[in-house]
Design a protein around this ligand. Structure first.
Ligand code: HEM
Length: 493
């Protein structure tokens, strides 16, 4: 079979045009408003049309293969001899088709770090990261999570309402990570703001990235003079002999990779708890543990929808498609997790089953998954314990997502609860039994806070119609956003 890919880029039709989703050779575009409006729907169309591996077009109508099958994803992840992590192999790069200002560049421009390395070099760089991460005592991580979760809850507790994305999920992982990196506690709030700015790709994103890099550099200088039991010290002292630049790059990868994924996992799990009465009942009734709940979310809403990518080392075959040397593969984690071959019935509970693709697999499998899980699990546990009558503050269908070509992100999760004093006491008569929808009018998601100490109280709710019926568990998993926008910052220096 000849490759269906074009040799050149072609112009993109305007949004709204029926041809918008289709590009050169009639291939579907993985970017643009239509694709971003319903990524899960697009994956299913592609699966129906092409099976396990589908030809798609990226920004600039550059060709890639989207891996949709669970087995095909595992094969691509686990055979680095056929599918390399080295983006310099991409034919589109070699043919000069990727312009420096391409939105793909922040994600796939090669960097001297473990993410883009194969073989012995990957082992050397990744070994330093995993050895260092493995030195953390899990109970110590959980203690940090508890402390910061309590601090965040104390900030919004007295108001009786909050946006759990902007005031909880987006803060907790970074606050914990600053401690693991051995940074002074006061760096936390500013780093939260800087990385959130990076993620949004605003005009100040580059300055925010500079702030992150500068903060890491200063921390390295300090740890060189006064080593401590932290990731910065351990990476600098590791036998792998990382250069200062390598240490800096890996600290940045860890910080940012850890943050956005864990933010998404917390936000999506809380959303499910608040909108799915059966899910919450299973959790509070002990039929489902919090780790099982996280896995259900990891199956249905992977924090990273796609991994870009892998590059074919030679002509080969995957999922029945002929892949040419230098072709790019996108690992479809979300699509693979709902592959009918492994999940013929999406409504069937998956308790205890961890064979989802959400942490990857093979040599690049996420080395921070235990830490990510510990932050999400402990943080959610503390929140649900401290605010047991937490309710959604808007109707479920008012929740919105921002989508990018590779990711999806819950914009806000407004909630209400009985106000608590700083010492955790309820200050008013408790709310009625938790429901899956508000009993008062929806409030707008609150603005993100500038720091953990400056939470802006949301507007008080006003009277409104009665609550809709609780939903049944989602049959079709929802996709999520945003590691890619993090990477936008990660590789922009
Ligand atoms: C729920 C949270 C997380 C999710 C869903 C997640 C997911 C992933 C995925 C899918 C990959 C790419 C695997 C591949 O290319 O095959 C990855 C890589 C990575 N993650 Fe995570 N991650 C999470 C949390 C963390 C945390 C907390 C850390 C650090 C403390 C971390 C550090 C890394 C690093 C360093 C890599 C690159 C590994 C390599 O290329 O060898 N992640 N993660």
């Amino acid at each position: 079979m000849t490759t269906p890919f074009p040799a050149d880029a072609s112009p993109t039709p305007p949004p709204g045009c029926p041809a918008h989703q289709l590009g050169t050779n009639g291939l579907r575009r993985l970017y643009g408003p239509e694709a971003e409006a319903d990524p899960a729907g697009l994956y299913e169309k592609l699966r129906a049309e092409h099976g396990e591996v589908a030809p798609v077009l990226l920004h600039g109508d550059l060709p890639a293969w989207l891996v949709l099958g669970h087995a095909a994803n595992l094969a691509a992840m686990r055979t680095p001899s056929r599918f390399s992590r080295d983006s310099r192999r991409w034919t589109a790069f070699r043919n000069g088709l990727v312009t420096p200002d391409s939105p793909l560049m922040p994600v796939i421009a090669w960097q001297p770090m473990c993410v883009f390395a194969d073989g012995e070099e990957h082992k050397r760089l990744r070994g330093a990261v995993t050895d260092s991460l493995n030195r953390f005592d899990r109970r110590g991580v959980r203690r940090y999570v508890t402390r910061f979760a309590d601090q965040l809850i104390q900030d919004f507790g007295p108001t009786g309402q909050a946006d759990l994305v902007a005031q909880f999920a987006e803060h907790l992982p970074m606050l914990v990570m600053t401690q693991l990196l051995g940074m002074p506690e006061e760096y936390g709030p500013r780093l939260v703001d800087a990385t959130r700015d990076l993620m949004k790709g605003t005009e100040t994103a580059i300055a925010s990235n500079d702030y992150v890099v500068e903060t890491l550099r200063r921390t390295m200088d300090r740890k060189r003079a006064a080593p401590g039991p932290d990731l910065v010290t351990w990476l600098m002292q590791h036998d792998a002999g990382l250069t200062d630049d390598e240490v800096l790059e890996h600290l940045r990868v860890v910080l940012l990779a850890a943050n956005e994924t864990t933010v998404n996992l917390i936000a999506d799990t809380l959303k499910l708890v608040l909108t799915d009465r059966r899910f919450r009942a299973h959790l509070s009734g002990g039929h489902m543990t919090l780790p099982d709940a996280l896995d259900q979310v990891l199956w249905d809403s992977p924090p990273m929808v796609l991994v870009a990518g892998r590059w074919a080392t030679g002509d080969t075959e995957l999922g029945g498609r002929q892949i040419k040397a230098g072709d790019m593969l996108l690992l479809g984690l979300a699509a693979g997790n709902v592959d009918p071959a492994v999940r013929p019935d999406l409504s069937k509970p998956l308790s205890g089953n961890r064979s989802h693709l959400s942490f990857g697999s093979g040599p690049h499998e996420c080395p921070g998954q235990d830490i990510g899980r510990a932050i999400a699990e402990t943080g959610i546990d503390i929140l649900l314990t401290r605010l047991p009558d937490l309710q959604l503050g808007v109707f479920e269908d008012e929740l919105t997502w921002t989508s990018a070509w590779l990711s999806r992100h819950l914009v806000g999760l407004p909630v209400r609860f009985t106000p608590r004093t700083a010492d955790g006491e309820a200050t008013a008569k408790g709310l009625t039994a938790p429901t899956t929808a508000p009993t008062t009018a929806p409030t707008q998601p609150t603005q993100p806070t500038a720091s953990t100490k400056s939470a802006t109280p949301p507007a008080p709710p006003t009277a409104q119609p009665s609550a809709p019926e609780p939903p049944v568990p989602a049959a079709v998993p929802r996709q999520r956003r945003s590691w890619w926008s993090v990477l936008t910052g990660m590789f922009r220096r």
